[in-house]
Design a protein around this ligand. Structure first.
Ligand SMILES: Nc1ncnc2c1ncn2[C@@H]1O[C@H](COP(=O)(O)OP(=O)(O)O)[C@@H](O)[C@H]1O
Ligand SMILES: [Mg+2]
Length: 363
């Protein structure tokens, strides 16, 4: 699949822009704060239904305006499909595909595949567990129908349970009900995440090995707070029961997939804590690159890749490795510095300049 064109109205710092893309490589050059990341955010929004940043929908509307609208033409299975998103100041969001209103934003992300590489992603190994959970969640949402639904249900119940744990009088019978539901959705999440990591591990390890010339052997494991073998749902339920008094004391739910993490080690060393910055970045790059392979394997589609300012984060060797791995996927690459160097290394495509919310076609 590839993105053919986009129209932005009052989106972030764009007033009104129409851009036609190259079906392979699109390079966006511009100084800081001109709108490079915003453009990638708009492209992503229309394939994912939500931003890759942790923001409220209405923050996407151009300052001082009432609503924003983004329309993309996405080419998939030899056909053009038009996706339109509309957001207003009340935070209302409407999504249409081919003129038909979608019930859920998730209908998009299960249909279109996209991977973002941002400078933050290059820190995914050393940062807090939440970042690694988000990596897994994003990926699973794309390749496993129903994951997002389980995840949303889990989150809703967890929120209610935690709110209840903060009340003055707590009845065990009420918690029993939450626990059953939490174990139901939580176990589905854990199960899918474990399967995903088992699939991702060897791919990632291979990539890491070739970046490091065989020097490092990467090992990735799903590290769960519900780590017993056997029936995950029953184990999780039992753990919730066993932890009830400490949950009541702490007024929050201490165990579950919302606490889980990825253990990433190289030659037996836990890279999260003890890896050098170089090792951590290489592992992060390997993780991201394995997403491409997994999506292709699972969906038969080549995901669109958005590289936001990441090339400048990598040394020459890793840059070249990344560029050589990008294959046939459609690419959107933004960069400020090392402009000529990057433009030369990338396969030929379209080059755009972005200046204060205006995009011009360079060559
Ligand atoms: N909702 C918005 N309305 C108008 N301008 C915005 C909005 N959100 C962000 N901006 C502006 O967009 C600019 C940042 O754009 P960004 O795409 O992150 O830049 P860069 O080119 O460095 O990636 C900032 O000047 C910011 O003020
Ligand atoms: Mg940026």
């Amino acid at each position: 699949m590839y993105i053919k064109k986009i129209e932005l109205y009052n989106f972030r710092n764009y007033k009104e822009e129409k851009i036609s893309f190259n079906e392979k490589v699109n390079l966006f050059l511009g100084n800081n704060a001109q709108g490079k990341t915003n453009l990638l955010e708009g492209i992503y929004l229309n394939a994912f239904g939500k931003s890759f940043k942790n923001v409220k929908d209405k923050e996407l509307i151009r300052f001082g305006e009432e609503f924003c609208r983004i329309k993309t033409t996405i080419h998939k299975n030899d056909e053009d499909e038009v996706v339109e998103i509309f957001i207003n100041q009340d935070g209302k969001k409407g999504i249409k595909r081919e003129g038909v209103k979608l019930k859920k934003a998730s209908e998009l992300l299960e249909e279109y595949y996209m991977i973002v590489f941002s400078p933050e992603d290059m820190k995914i190994v050393k940062e807090e567990p939440e970042k690694r959970r988000r990596f897994i969640n994003r990926e699973l949402c794309q390749i496993r129908k129903g994951y997002l639904n389980d995840f949303n249900n889990y989150r809703k119940i967890l929120k209610q349970r935690n709110a209840y744990l903060k009340e003055l009088y707590i009845e065990d019978a009420v918690l029993d009900v939450w626990d059953l539901e939490l174990a139901e959705y939580g176990s589905r999440i854990i199960q899918k995440r474990k399967e995903f990591i088992e699939m991702l591990g060897p791919v990632c390890s291979n990539i890491n090995e070739s970046i490091t010339g065989g020097k490092e052997s990467l090992d990735i494991k799903y590290e769960s707070s519900i780590n017993e073998e056997g029936n995950i749902k029953e184990t999780f339920y039992d753990i919730l029961q066993q932890n009830r008094s400490s949950d009541k004391r702490n007024r929050t739910t201490g165990k579950g997939p919302h606490k889980d993490d990825l253990k990433i080690s190289s030659n037996g060393i836990d890279l999260r804590k003890f890896g050098s910055q170089g090792q951590q970045r290489t592992a992060a790059l390997s993780l991201k690159l394995s997403e491409i392979e997994i999506i292709e394997k699972e969906t038969g589609e080549k995901p669109v890749l958005l590289l936001d300012d990441v090339l400048s984060e990598l040394d020459n060797e890793r840059q070249m490795y990344l560029i050589n791995s990008l294959g046939e996927n459609q690419l959107f690459v933004t960069t400020t510095d090392i402009v000529d160097a990057v433009a030369e290394k990338l396969p030929k495509g379209k080059i755009f300049k972005i200046n204060n919310g205006k995009v011009s076609f360079n060559s």
